[in-house]
Design a protein around this ligand. Structure first.
Ligand SMILES: Cc1ncc(C[n+]2csc(CCOP(=O)(O)OP(=O)(O)O)c2C)c(N)n1
Ligand code: SF4
Length: 317
């Protein structure tokens, strides 16, 4: 496993994901991807589901990817990466690898639309078959690339293009699906949540290094604030991600062997959920008196989930 040192050292490692791509200014996808692919010295094969990341980083004849990279359908990034991994293991068993000393690792990236919803069956299948790969979900809580539709990751009350706020609607009606726990329930040897940014950069890089060096299917759910659809200024991405953690809207934890849960960051003073919601245009309507109950609902859900994580950690089961 690569030793992740200081931020300066990490920033100076050879870059496997280059700038010059066409993601929106302030998009968190590139921060997360860069940290993940730079968190290992092993050679990588990467597949990406269709979505903002894919269409903005590989417009022919340009590419940001300095690793072997597969363009894959919206629904099957996990199926493709598990196929590549199976072929690699078969060649290795037959001693037919070009270079036996070269370690190759397999990583897939997908948005929440391509992961929570339409790519879920291929991800679940790949995890169940026990392939050796890391899947990273870039969770921006909407289908951003096609105009910001809701997904099963969109949280309650969010305005999206298919759950618009208005006189009769307060936005998304459902609670966000808990995909991280669902992946843990597959018995994956390593599952974690993460955010991009400066305060928690090491948390993400260490989790990525750990996941890549773990044999078997591993999963990281990385919250990816989306300046365009969440409606905040591009320079506020890191602050918004940090607020998700400080309010416990998106707590940082890891789960080993499908059950052993460890909280990897504990806010000193857990902030009220308003601090997170009020910074994003997609929630601005929740601050009208008639929608106050949704903020209360949010707070209740966040508190209960935080309590649940702490109890599971204490119980060690
Ligand atoms: C089978 C299929 N259905 C729909 C699409 C259209 N499509 C392309 S990208 C996309 C949205 C991607 O959303 P998400 O996975 O959340 O990634 P994001 O763009 O938000 O990063 C959709 C619906 C497609 N390419 N293939
Ligand atoms: S729409 Fe959102 S996810 Fe897509 S490139 Fe822009 S900021 Fe990133």
């Amino acid at each position: 496993m690569k030793n992740i040192g200081t931020l300066k050292e990490f920033a100076c490692t050879p870059d496997r994901f280059q700038g010059g791509h066409r993601l929106c200014p302030g998009c968190a996808h590139s921060m997360i991807v860069r940290e993940v692919v730079n968190a290992t010295d092993d050679d990588l094969v990467v597949s990406t589901a269709t979505g903002c990341l894919e269409v903005c980083t590989a417009i022919y004849p340009y590419t940001s990817w300095d690793v072997s990279w597969l363009h894959i359908g919206f629904e099957n990034a996990a199926a493709a990466i598990s196929g590549a991994e199976a072929m690699y293991s078969a060649l290795s068993r037959k001693n037919r690898l070009y270079n036996e000393d070269r370690k190759v690792k397999f990583v897939a990236f997908g948005g929440d639309g391509g992961t929570y919803d339409i790519g879920f069956q291929s991800l679940s299948g790949a995890a169940e078959r026990g392939h050796d790969f890391l899947y990273v979900c870039l969770d921006n809580e909407n289908y951003a690339n096609t105009g910001g539709q809701r997904s099963s990751s969109t949280p309650i009350g969010a305005h999206t293009s298919t759950t618009p706020r208005g006189r009769v609607s307060y936005g998304e009606k459902q609670r966000k699906k808990d995909l991280t726990m669902i992946m843990a329930a597959h018995g994956c040897p390593y599952v974690a949540t993460a955010i991009p940014g400066t305060k928690h950069w090491k948390d993400l890089a260490t989790k990525a290094a750990k996941a890549i060096s773990t044999v078997g299917p591993t999963f990281i759910n990385a919250l990816s604030p989306c300046t365009t659809e969440w409606k905040f200024k591009p320079e506020e991405t890191v602050e918004i991600a940090d607020l998700a953690v400080e309010t416990c809207a998106f707590p940082l934890y890891e789960i080993e062997d499908g059950h052993k849960l460890t909280i990897t960051y504990r806010p000193k003073n857990k902030l009220p959920i308003e601090e997170y919601l009020s910074r994003q245009g997609r929630f601005s309507h929740l601050f009208k008196p008639e929608n106050k109950w949704i903020i209360e609902e949010w707070q209740k859900n966040v508190d209960a989930y935080w309590e649940y994580l702490q109890r599971r950690e204490e119980a060690g089961v």
